[in-house]
Design a protein around this ligand. Sequence first.
Ligand code: F6P
Length: 478
Amino acid sequence: MTSGSADLVIVANRLPVDRVTLPDGSKQWRRSPGGLVSAMEPVMRSNDGAWIGWTGVAGDETEPFVDDGLSLVPVPLSEQEIQEFYEGFSNGTLWPLYHDVVAKPEFHREWWDSYVTVNQRFADRAAEIAAEGATVWIHDYQLQLVPQMLRELRPDLRIGFFLHIPFPPGELFQQLPWRRQILEGLLGADLVGFQLSGAAQNFVRLVRQRVGHKTHRDLVYLPDGRTVLAAAFPISIDTAGFEELARSESVTERAAQIRAALGSPKKVLLGIDRLDYTKGIYPRLRAYSELVKDGHFDVTDSVFVQVATPSRERVEQYRVLRDDIDRLVGRINGDLGRIGQPVIAYLHSAYPRHEMAALYRAADIMVITPYRDGMNLVAKEYVACRYDNDGALVLSEFAGAANELRQAWQINPYDINGMKATILEAAHSDEKDRARRMKAMRKTVTEHDVASWANDFLAELAAVRPTHGKPVRPARLS
Ligand code: F6P
C-alpha cells in the first residue's frame, strides 16, 4: 500500500488477521472469523481498500502487507500502551461505563493520555494512506478520537464512525472526566452509527447539552457549517454463510456426535459467550441450577453446555469473573451432578465457526442473558443455523438483538425467578410455537445480513449532506 492511494480505509483496533505460530515455529497470518471481515472483504476488494489495525502482539513493527489480496496496515502498540490504552482506558474505563456500569469504571489520567496518543497514531496512519477524497470508516470505542484528529489532518475525506457497543445515557456518560473530548472526537465524522436508535438519541442529546451545538432530530449542526448525522445501523451476520455451514454434512454429523458425547440427553441448553461480566453468565447458570434443584430438569436427561471464550485475561475484573464462574460451576456440579452427568458442561475455550454451527444445531434451547450488550451476534447465528425452524431462543431484553428478534422468549437477567419461568416455558413449548417464532426471526436475519448492514452504512455516508447554512453559535466552553 503506497501513501495516499486507498479509496476506502477501514480503521479498527484489530486487523482482520491473527498472527499464528505453526508447529515448525514459523509464523503465518490467519483470517479472523469475524463477520465484519466477511462483510468488508468484497467492499475492500472493489474499492482499492486498506485496513488499519493492531496485530495483537506487543511492539509488533510489521510493515504494511497484502494478505489474500487485502491491504493491511499494522499500527504498533507498545507493552505499556497495551496496558494503558487497550486494557486500561478501552476496557477498564469505557467498556464498563458504556455497559450500564455493570462493573465499576476506573478513571486514570495516564490511561487517558495513552488513549489520546494511540488514537493520534491511528489517525496519522489513516491520513497517510487515504487517497484524495477517500472514504474512511472508523470502528468502535477504542478509537473515538480518530474522526476529529483525522479531519484536522485531512478535511477532504468522508469520515464514518460506527460504535459496536452500547452508547450510554447521559446520566452515566457524564461521569467521564473526558466526556467533552470524546463527543468532539466523534463529531469529526460525517456519519456516526450506533446499534440502536436510543443510542443515537443519547449521543445527540449529550452533544446539545454538553457541547452546546444546535441539533434537530438526528442531525447536529456545527458552527463550521458541517452537518453530522447520528443514526442506527443494527449490525448482523453472514446469514447465508452460517446456514450453508449448518446444512453441511460435516456439521450435521458433528452435531449428532456432540449430543451422543453428552449422553444423548432429551434437552440440551446452550450458552456461548466471551467470558465477560456483561454477559450475565452467573445469573443464567444459577437460574438453571435452581431449576435442576427444584426438579424441573433432571440431570440424567438434560445438560447445560456453557462455552466461555477466554477474553482480556489480564484485566482484573475478567480474572475475578473467571474465578467466580469456576467456583459456581464447581459447586453446582459438585452438589447436583452425577458420575458422567454434570449439570453444566463448562468449556473455557474458543471454537471455530464449524464447531459453533454444530453446537447451535445440537442445542434445543439457546440461552443468552447479558445485562447489557451492543447487539449479540450469537443470537443471530443460532437463528441462522436453525433452518429446521426448530430450537428455542431465550434472549435478554438488554441485548441489542432483542429489538429485532422479538419472537424470542425474552427475559430480564436481573429477575432470576422470571428467567427460570421463561426457560421452563421455552423447554415446554410445542413444536408449532417454536416454528412460528423461529420462522419470523429467520426472516429478519435473512433480510438484514452483514452485507446489507455495511452497504446501508456506506450508502448513507456517501449521501451528500451539503453545508447546512444555518446561523449557529460557537460551541460553549464547559
Ligand atoms: O464487541 C466489541 C469488541 O471489541 C469486538 O469488536 C471484539 O470482537 C470483542 O469486543 C473482543 O474484543 P478484544 O479486541 O478486546 O478481544
